[in-house]
Write a protein that binds this ligand. Structure first.
Ligand code: KG4
Ligand code: ZN
Length: 364
């Protein structure tokens, strides 16, 4: 079946057409219009500005999605849209568009949870290798969770951050180091530069909740430790307000921060994998693009659990995109009864955007 998906939960206007039959998944088109440069000047996403841009970009993005896929409305069997969590003005743009199309074209419409989409980005290339029970390490700008899945579309959150999300911590530390927004890619680049220099890193940052005995996380403490480190450095080096921090200090701090975060995430993921007899570990969310995290998890999983399959999403589907929403929609559609499938034709009335939609309400 061909699924048209729309994703506008934050600052990317995305649409995709995916052809899925059983485990054969073909992304026919995936178009993403990013607003990241627009928001960079504000140091973060401005919701109303995001909504205005989504409205401006939606039709061109949809047109390109259909053209690239060589598809027309008659080829579409199901429409899927991200219905939360996210920024309400941004979500409303995608949801309103999807509802209008579903009504005019008389198509079934399904609402998909954003994090569910990130998790299912793993199925795009690895649908044949992924076996249940699955443990998902969700690391994005708004979420950090360990999610247990005993079957498709069932989610049990076994641990989560008590304060900042990992991506948020990357972004805040980047701001403290005056590296700009978004922080993840640039911190990771700077950390790699330090690694390549072969130097020993003398900076040690805390690893909060590393031995807490549960699967929860905390990242605001590392961020505060970086703040103290920067202030102390500025004082010692007698830097004035407008003076820049030296590049080598920035690189070493980025490296120490990333190392702390990666170690805590890896340790808790492996502990949970053991307790729940996991067959597959999947990495999900924007921070899954982080090479150090991917490599460290892979190394430790291969070493400690050689029989566990480790899946990472293809780089093109790590950050927000609509192909992942289409894939999640397919597996959810397959769990529905005939009656529930008929109800999807009322989706233009019933699907609604919700800013704080929790993932665990979907637990069967
Ligand atoms: O999943 P995503 O695109 O949006 C949300 O659902 O939040 O994730 C965005 C987050 C940002 O915080 C960004 O800094 C982070 O993902 N990110 C990274 C990398 N690329 C993006 N963090 C670490 N390393 C990266 N390479
Ligand atoms: Zn996301």
């Amino acid at each position: 079946m061909n699924i048209l998906a729309i994703e506008t939960s934050c600052d990317e206007t995305a649409a995709s057409i995916v052809d899925i039959n059983q485990n054969n998944i073909t992304v026919k088109s995936s178009v993403i219009s990013s607003q990241v440069h627009l928001h960079a000047q504000w140091g973060g996403v401005v919701p109303n500005l995001a909504a205005r841009e989504h409205t401006k970009n939606m039709i061109p993005v949809l047109t390109e999605t259909f053209t690239t896929a060589h598809a027309q409305k008659d080829n579409i069997d199901l429409i899927a849209v991200t219905h939360g969590p996210g920024l309400i003005p941004a979500l409303l743009s995608g949801v309103s568009t999807a509802k209008s199309l579903a009504y005019i074209w008389r198509k079934p419409l399904i609402g998909i949870h954003h994090i569910e989409g990130h998790i299912y980005a793993n199925w795009i290339e690895n649908s044949r290798q992924i076996a249940f029970p699955v443990l998902a390490l969700v690391v994005s700008g708004g979420h950090t969770q360990l999610v247990l899945m005993h079957d498709h579309c069932t989610y049990e959150i076994i641990g989560q951050t008590q304060d900042d999300a990992v991506g948020e911590a990357f972004d805040k530390v980047a701001r403290l180091l005056a590296l700009g927004y978004p922080g993840g890619p640039i911190i990771s680049e700077r950390a790699q530069k330090f690694e390549d220099s072969g130097q020993k890193n003398d900076i040690t940052l805390p690893r909060p909740m590393e031995n807490s005995g549960d699967y929860n996380f905390s990242f605001s403490g590392i961020k505060t430790a970086v703040l103290y480190l920067v202030n102390e450095y500025r004082k010692k080096a007698e830097l004035k307000n407008n003076d820049h921090l030296p590049q080598d200090f920035i690189d070493a701090t980025a490296h120490a921060f990333q190392r702390s975060v990666v170690e805590v995430l890896t340790k808790k993921t492996l502990k949970a994998a053991k307790q729940y007899n996991i067959k597959t570990i999947v990495l999900a969310g924007g921070v899954s693009a982080n090479m150090q995290l991917r490599e460290n998890l892979k190394k430790q999983i291969n070493k400690q659990f050689p029989d566990v399959f480790f899946s990472t999403p293809p780089i093109a589907y790590c950050l927000d995109n609509a192909a992942m929403i289409a894939v999640a929609a397919y597996y959810r559609y397959k769990t529905l009864s005939k009656n529930d499938i008929v109800k999807l034709f009322d989706g233009w009335k019933s699907v609604n955007a919700k800013a704080n939609r929790p993932l665990n309400i979907l637990t069967k």
